[in-house]
Write a protein that binds this ligand. Structure first.
Ligand SMILES: [Ca+2]
Ligand SMILES: [Ca+2]
Ligand SMILES: [Ca+2]
Length: 243
């Protein structure tokens, strides 16, 4: 019994020891070749996947449906309105005193991080700061956030002032203001021509026209006459006076 069992073990061991060896060699070789080919395939796959993910994440899903974690959400079209512009400050230089006011006309707090301002010549710039704007509230995006320097307004964020790429200005004769979400989605725009901007007086949208389409008519905009500490007139950060 013991001998026959040992013999079986030996025979079995020899049998398995002989047969796998020749079989392993081609398998290993194939695995190596396949692995090299897979590496090339995987590189292509990773590139493709990365592009797809980047596009998907930056566009629809997160911006339209995801809270930002602080109870606010990223704005979509209809949430924000360009409500007031100080195109031609008189108390201070334009490079210090220009600003754009936004109104949150949605029912949600909005995370303004990454908002972009530009004109039709693509003077596009991303705001500096990460403000949250409460539902129904107004906030200023400014060339300069120092109240002592900018004519006396409080700013939620700033932008790079200038009329070349990566900066933004409000021309006195005529210009456009385009507001884009962080992913480039257009949120609102307005345009004006000569005669719209008045020295030392901002222009604001009448409360009844405070929608992305309502502010497209020049007649919806009117001078804001509350006096600022610096001497100019505007209604920064608060509801506008009617026309
Ligand atoms: Ca100006
Ligand atoms: Ca508009
Ligand atoms: Ca205002």
């Amino acid at each position: 019994m013991r001998l026959s069992a040992s013999a079986l073990v030996l025979l079995t061991g020899c049998g398995f020891g002989l047969s796998p060896e020749p079989a392993d060699e081609p398998e290993d070789t194939r695995a190596g070749e396949t692995g090299r080919r897979d590496t090339g395939v995987r590189d292509t796959g990773v590139r493709d996947t990365g592009r797809t993910d980047t596009v998907d994440t930056g566009t629809d899903t997160e911006d339209s449906a995801t809270d930002t974690g602080s109870g606010s959400r990223t704005p979509t079209r209809g949430d924000l309105v360009l409500s007031e512009v100080m195109c031609d400050p008189a108390a201070v230089a334009d490079s210090l005193g220009e600003w754009v006011e936004l109104a949150n006309v949605s029912a949600h707090a909005l995370d303004l991080t990454g908002l972009q301002l530009g004109d039709d010549n693509l003077d596009l710039t991303t705001i500096i700061g990460a403000p949250t704007l409460a539902a129904g509230a107004f906030a200023l995006l400014c060339a300069d956030d120092s109240r002592a320097a900018n004519g006396g307004v409080t700013c939620a964020a700033t932008y790079k002032y200038g009329s070349s790429g990566g900066s933004f200005t409000l021309a006195n004769a005529g210009d456009e203001v385009n507001l884009l979400a962080a992913d480039g989605t257009p949120l609102d725009s307005m345009a004006y021509s000569t005669g719209f901007a008045k020295a030392g007086v901002s222009m604001g949208v009448a409360p009844g026209q405070l929608t992305p389409n309502g502010n497209d008519a020049v007649g919806a905009w009117c001078p804001q006459t509350a006096r600022l500490s610096g001497g100019d007139s505007a209604s920064p950060g608060e509801a506008n006076a009617g026309c």
